[in-house]
Design a protein around this ligand. Structure first.
Ligand code: GDP
Ligand code: MG
Length: 320
């Protein structure tokens, strides 16, 4: 049988059970829990490797009604992610009554043109007959390719979901070496951690305006040497991030380093730089760099982002 390989987005409101499902399916703790889900960009949650298939599970920014410009921006990123995936799975908590948020999720799904699954999660907590009206309710909102009652916690129904996902994936070579990327790519996790610490440390004075790229990731015997660049849009933001006599960037570095050490189980040497890239969010070259698919390709190929980007397109300010 031909090998199948592709991307599955798992979407759903906070607490629906996304992380639990990923952990159950991938079989180990991989999904990072974020205290502020709405700031999470597209990322790999886990990779399921089988003899006949590779399923890359990705997370997208939470589905929520955008009430401001930033929110719309995040939704834009979520839509962008939809263009790159093979299957979308909407996971919902059956113990929570169908509401306006669910109707919004269904509308949101219409932007996706591939197969969409509905996963009715936490069925271990309800009696089965109550599922039927709920399924009917959802059917009126959206035409799902498949609907599965599951329990991400006990694993009930999850094997069937995986089989159906694989059914919908294209025949393709694996996107990642099976042994190398059984986990979230470390570089990407590290960049997300640094971004999180930068937002926390600055008390979100520079929300969403920053992007973090790991330029170097060198593993020594008992030490990992990491060099990363935080990109901002304006000089003022750079000033905030660096702080008076470098205090802020030092604090961000320390916070991030501690958590990266926990994550990797190794001592970490972390060096951070801050650079200004005006309007990086509306710059195609930069947004392409941020795109998870490209990031992965580049990580898999061991290439460097900085060298990849056509310099003229994004170097709108001289390097410091
Ligand atoms: P996420 O925010 O969508 O990632 O949701 P989590 O995976 O963090 O789950 C939120 C809460 O629901 C956690 O306390 C889980 O233990 C619980 N949970 C998730 N799936 C199930 C399930 O199938 N059954 C039950 N009873 N609880 C679940
Ligand atoms: Mg989660």
């Amino acid at each position: 049988m031909a090998f199948k390989s592709g991307f599955v987005a798992i979407v759903g409101r906070p607490n629906a059970g996304k992380s639990t499902l990923v952990n159950t399916i991938v079989g180990r703790k991989v999904a990072i829990v974020s205290p502020r889900p709405q700031t999470t960009r597209n990322r790999i949650q886990g990779i399921l490797n089988r003899d006949d298939a590779q399923v890359v599970l990705i997370d997208t920014p939470g589905i929520h009604k955008p009430d401001n410009l930033l929110g719309r921006q995040m939704m834009g990123e979520a839509e962008h992610a939809l263009e790159c995936v093979d299957v979308v799975s909407l996971i919902v908590d059956v113990t929570v009554e169908f509401g306006a948020g669910d109707r919004y999720s269904a509308q949101w799904l219409r932007r996706f043109h591939g197969p969409a699954f509905l996963l009715l999660n936490k069925v271990d907590r309800v009696r089965k007959p109550m599922l039927l009206p709920l399924i009917e309710r959802w059917r009126r909102e959206f035409e799902f390719a498949e609907i599965f009652p599951i329990s991400a916690l006990t694993g009930e129904g999850c094997a069937d979901v995986v089989e159906s996902w694989i059914d919908k994936l294209p025949v393709a070579e694996p996107h990642f070496p099976a042994d190398q990327f059984t986990d979230q790519p470390e570089r990407f996790l590290v960049s997300e951690l640094i971004r999180e610490k930068a937002l926390q440390a600055t008390r979100e004075e520079v929300p969403h305006a920053i992007a973090v790229f790991v330029d170097r990731f060198e593993e020594r015997r008992d030490l990992v040497k990491i060099m990363a660049t935080i990109y901002v849009e304006r000089e003022g933001q750079k000033g905030i991030l660096i702080g008076r006599s470098g205090e802020m960037i030092k604090k961000i570095g320390t916070l991030a380093r501690k958590e990266i050490e926990l994550l990797l189980g190794l001592r970490v040497f972390l060096e951070l730089m801050v650079k200004v890239r005006p309007n990086w969010r509306s710059n195609r070259a930069v947004v392409r760099q941020l795109d998870w698919h490209r990031q992965l390709e580049q990580m898999a190929g061991g290439e460097d982002f900085a060298e990849q980007a056509p310099a003229g397109e994004i170097e709108t300010e001289p390097e410091d």
